[in-house]
Design a protein around this ligand. Structure first.
Ligand code: NAG
Ligand code: NAG
Ligand code: NAG
Ligand code: NAG
Ligand code: NAG
Ligand code: NAG
Ligand code: NAG
Length: 386
């Protein structure tokens, strides 16, 4: 067993140590410069929120930086929706202008993540056409849970290895293995973090920590490091995942050909309320009591519904990081259409269809942002192309 491990790491290390260059470091007052605000109702997950434009979110105080210089993304906790049964609480959903190709490392350092009964935040990624281009959920859970879940969603044929297989090389617990969006109501292939400081109140109690996602030829890996246990090279310009401990979750290429099932990914932060995951009665009752919808109108339920982020850094070995969205030029998504959010009515899901998804990565944005990246070095974009 030990010998096997040693052999393995000697094979894995060189590949993990691929040369990664900083493509974007989203932080501080310039954090929101390279994101697109998706406004309107939450058609995709039928959440009880109304996503705001950037100017609305700014004036409502839902986004900004705090005294520590950290970025805040939050749900409105001052407006009463009393008497309005269809009240959509103001919230935020942002999509990165630049996409993340295979051969990339994404690092997100936060001191607080949204939690509370009815609250459903996510830090995740998806390709232009869902589910064909895949989805990678790096932080996601609901209500008062304290363990994070890492999940992939895809077309048919991408699996996490079964529990007990020698291909399982991770510290997390395998919850489900089929990433196909039509299996088990699109629950995806889920790995649960063993640490009760990886989500919600537990995460906040230790001052948060870092989530990292590495996507390369060997597959997709994610890590969680709580504050105090963050490898020293994480915040530097030369992070080396080969020197980090065993990942929390690992989907190896042997059971999921990620270059087939995943296209360059758009990074997304959003916070919704209730909807088809947090609000599903059997999920809600695991950590909260009563009915999810009864909470929405009362703003005092949302004092903890905020992200406080130090930075999101994206490293890639590809020179095409910013322009990669151009490849999806004809992405006629799954039916973009009617709603204000640019999405159709999401008749999502059976029983527990967790999230459904927005497809929006206009190819033109990639081209534009590449151009901007070249003109504005002040944004600290050192893509390989420069
Ligand atoms: C990001 O994209 C939005 C439109 O989707 C655009 O308004 C904004 O200017 C872009 N930001 C940068 C820095 O290119
Ligand atoms: C970048 O990473 C991808 C995925 O691991 C790999 O296929 C590719 O060969 C790498 N490219 C370079 C230039 O290292
Ligand atoms: C990104 O920004 C954060 C916060 O300013 C900083 O601590 C970190 O070192 C930066 N990362 C890189 C690679 O520059
Ligand atoms: C993985 O997918 C890529 C892209 O679709 C394809 O070129 C390659 O042959 C596939 N590899 C295997 C082992 O099927
Ligand atoms: C809203 O929540 C923030 C923390 O996110 C808290 O500081 C503030 O006091 C709350 N506002 C009200 C009106 O309770
Ligand atoms: C999410 O929005 C996209 C756009 O409507 C839509 O095509 C997709 O079906 C919706 N997601 C689901 C699956 O509800
Ligand atoms: C899975 O994706 C297909 C499109 O490929 C879509 O028709 C179907 O509704 C999705 N299923 C779920 C449960 O979201």
């Amino acid at each position: 067993m030990f010998k096997k491990l040693v052999l393995l790491s000697s094979i894995v290390a060189p590949a993990l140590g691929q040369s990664l260059k900083l493509a974007n470091n989203y932080t501080g007052s310039t954090f929101f410069d390279r994101w697109t605000f998706q406004n309107g109702i939450d058609a995709n997950t039928t959440g009880n929120v109304l996503f705001q434009t950037q100017s609305q979110a700014t004036s409502l105080g839902l986004i900004g930086t705090n005294a520590a210089g950290n970025v805040i993304i939050k749900v409105d906790n001052t407006t009463s929706g009393a008497g309005n049964p269809t009240f959509g609480r103001p919230s935020v959903k942002i999509l990165s202008n630049d996409s993340v190709p295979m051969g990339s490392l994404v690092i997100m350092d936060a001191v607080h993540m949204p939690f509370g009964c009815s609250v459903w935040p996510a830090f995740w990624m998806q390709g232009p056409n869902w589910p064909n281009d895949g989805e990678i959920d790096i932080v996601e859970n609901v209500n008062l849970v304290t363990t994070n879940r890492y999940t992939l969603h895809s077309l048919n044929g991408c699996m996490h290895p079964p529990a007990g297989s020698s291909l399982v090389q991770e510290t997390g617990q395998v919850i489900s293995t089929d990433c196909f969006n039509q299996t088990n109501g699109d629950e995806g292939c889920i790995v649960q973090d063993p640490s009760t400081n990886s989500y919600g109140k537990g995460f906040a109690s230790v001052g948060g920590g870092v989530f990292a996602m590495l996507w390369n030829d060997e597959g997709i890996r994610t890590w969680f490091f709580q504050r105090g246990s963050i490898p020293a090279d994480v915040p530097t310009s030369n992070p080396n995942p080969a020197g980090w401990p065993t990942p929390t979750a690992f989907w190896p290429t042997a059971t999921c050909n990620t270059s087939q099932f995943f296209s360059p990914q758009t990074i997304i932060f959003d916070i919704t309320i209730c909807g088809n995951f947090a609000g599903a009665p059997q999920v809600f009752s695991e950590t909260c009591s009563g009915n999810c919808l009864d909470l929405v109108q009362d703003p005092t339920n949302y004092d903890d519904a905020y992200f406080e982020i130090k930075y999101v850094a994206v490293f890639t070995n590809s020179s095409e990081a910013s322009s990669s969205t151009t490849s999806g030029s004809s992405s006629t998504s799954t039916g973009s259409g009617s709603s204000p959010s640019g999405s159709g009515s999401g008749s999502s899901s059976a029983a527990l269809g967790f999230k459904s998804y927005l497809t929006l990565t206009p190819s033109s944005i990639g081209v534009l942002s590449m151009a901007v990246a070249i003109v504005l070095p002040a944004l600290a974009v050192f893509s390989g192309a420069l």
